[in-house]
Write a protein that binds this ligand. Structure first.
Ligand code: FES
Length: 164
């Protein structure tokens, strides 16, 4: 099953979000967080719309804020956001073979951030503060400790089966 990445934004949904934050420019970050929750990223059209809809803002200001904060993504994210820790402890204990196993399983060459079916996005992160469990992979909010290539392949197989 493939996940739809909404290329067309629903302006009534955006109006609802903006309205729930009183159309105030001081609530811009909260508005962007909510929009990202809905779309799993910040579509360009949504940023332009917000910039023209809220008094005192412009699309350029909204883009500036969206690109300044690391929490915001202007690229589509998968339903499953995979984070492979490549901090020192995880690296030493084999995070790279785990990362390579994920790339192979999802057919994602280096540089590709989201799988072709839109289900998985992949990134490496620095220390997640769980070095005792290294190497660590986080998928959405779930932590997978002491991962190996085989173990992560089984995890991905399970997620893929759930989607079929
Ligand atoms: S280095 Fe991976 S959790 Fe600390």
């Amino acid at each position: 099953m493939s996940v739809q990445n909404p290329h067309k934004i629903d302006t009534s949904k955006l109006d609802e979000i903006i309205g729930s934050y009183d159309c105030k420019k001081s609530n811009l970050i909260a508005i962007l967080q909510k929009v990202q929750e809905v779309y799993r990223y910040l579509p360009e059209e949504a940023l332009i719309y917000i910039g023209t809809k809220i008094e005192g803002l412009s699309p350029a200001t909204v883009f500036g804020v969206a690109t300044f904060y690391a929490q915001f993504s202007l690229e589509p994210k998968g339903k499953y956001e995979i984070k492979v820790c490549d901090g020192t402890a995880c690296h030493v204990r084999g995070s790279m073979p785990v990362l390579n196993a994920i790339r192979a399983k999802l057919n994602m060459p280096e540089g590709q951030l989201t799988s072709d079916n839109g289900l998985f996005s992949l990134e490496t992160v620095s220390c997640l503060g769980a070095c005792g469990l290294a190497p660590v992979v986080v998928i959405n909010d779930k932590v997978y400790p002491q991962m190996t290539s085989d173990a992560i392949t089984i995890v991905l197989d399970t997620l893929m089966k759930e989607e079929n």
